[in-house]
Design a protein. Structure first.
Length: 81
């Protein structure tokens, strides 16, 4: 499944927020030397226990990531946030 996220680097801690079906991911890491992207991959892999891939937006705050979950599982996850 591919999702679109907006990223807020250097925000103190990792968290995911949903507002009107828009997903915002807050990161501890700064947006330099690929640190923010690595944090996204690491944290989402930790959440889902499977490999995650950024498919677009490597140098942007808006990204598309590929998650190894069904839409139903993703919606269940979002409802728990």
């Amino acid at each position: 499944m591919i999702i679109e996220i907006s990223v807020v680097p250097k925000s103190g801690r990792f968290r995911i927020a949903v507002n009107e079906e828009k997903i915002k991911v807050y990161l501890k890491s700064p947006p330099e030397e690929n640190k923010a992207n690595l944090e996204i991959v690491k944290e989402f892999e930790k959440l889902f226990g499977k490999p995650v891939r950024i498919i677009s937006g490597i140098k942007s705050k808006k990204k598309k990531i590929e998650l190894p979950v069904t839409e139903e599982a993703w919606n269940d996850f979002l409802s728990g946030i």
